[in-house]
Design a protein around this ligand. Structure first.
Ligand code: 4AZ
Length: 256
């Protein structure tokens, strides 16, 4: 997150941190994600490049985490990953991020996955027809870089305030032109000071509709971070209600 503020997982209790276990058993932070029900985390497909996609057992998910390099046993819940579902339409061979969405099925412990607490709570999925008007205020959270030039992630969870951008603006030639598909939402801060950045991928873009947060976007891509005319681009979650229902077997997800 560039230009935002330090946050806590209690303000984003659906925030998931996805780790990859290296050959030397070291846990390497890979991506953000969003808890959508006790056993399911929604994230980005590009977090699982070819080769690692079938290796669910190399990944783990920690919920209730506010700091990347320290663990808090009072708030954190960690799960192995049972299965990774990458959207069938995701094809990044030509740097094209269309359908950048994936689901992780958590492996239950003693028959249970996430247990709700002040630090762990699933987010609501918006109904398929729910659209956001240009300018609608949302927030993005993550452990990603605080500046594009840095090589390290943020130690603490951060959040940024960004507004939804009109599709036709984001498709203008001085923005991203035809790189923006109907499966993407662009969001930026009015003075370009706040944005998601590398390491925030897979994490939540939430927007409050009627005093409740809904997951409208998954951090996907952008040209740099917090650059003029270069909004953050998010996977448009409302286009995937059916896909999510199919994979998870959850028909109406209204927790949160
Ligand atoms: C990335 O490289 C990335 N400014 C993610 C989000 C944004 C830029 C880059 C948005 O994963």
């Amino acid at each position: 997150i560039v230009g935002g503020t330090v946050s806590s997982v209690e303000s984003h209790p659906w925030m998931a941190a996805i780790f990859w276990r290296s050959k030397s058993e070291k846990k390497v932070f890979r991506c953000g994600g969003s808890l959508i029900s006790a056993c399911w985390v929604l994230t980005a497909a590009h977090c699982f490049p070819d080769g690692s996609r079938s290796r669910a057992r190399h990944f783990s998910v920690t919920l209730g985490k506010s700091a990347l390099n320290e663990s808090n046993p009072d708030t954190e819940q960690t799960f192995k990953v049972d299965k990774i579902f990458i959207h069938e339409g995701f094809d990044n061979s030509d740097g094209n991020y269309n359908n950048d969405i994936a689901l992780l099925k958590l492996k239950p412990k003693r028959g249970r996955c996430a247990e709700e607490s002040a630090a762990v709570k699933p987010v609501c999925l918006p109904p398929p027809a729910q659209t956001l008007h240009p300018g609608f205020p949302c927030q993005v959270s993550g452990f990603g870089k605080e500046r594009h030039e840095l090589w390290y992630n943020s130690q603490y969870l951060r959040e940024a305030q960004v507004n939804v951008l009109a599709d036709d603006v984001c498709r203008r030639e001085d923005y991203y032109g035809n790189m923006i598909t109907d499966n993407m939402i662009c969001a930026a801060s009015p003075n370009w000071s706040q944005d998601a950045c590398k390491g925030d991928s897979g994490g939540p873009l939430v927007c409050a509709v009627t005093e409740r947060f809904f997951l409208f976007g998954v951090v996907s891509w952008g040209d740099g971070c917090a650059e003029e005319f270069r909004p953050g681009v998010y996977t448009r979650v409302t286009n995937y209600n059916k896909w999510i229902a199919e994979k998870t077997g959850l028909s109406a997800i209204t927790a949160g």
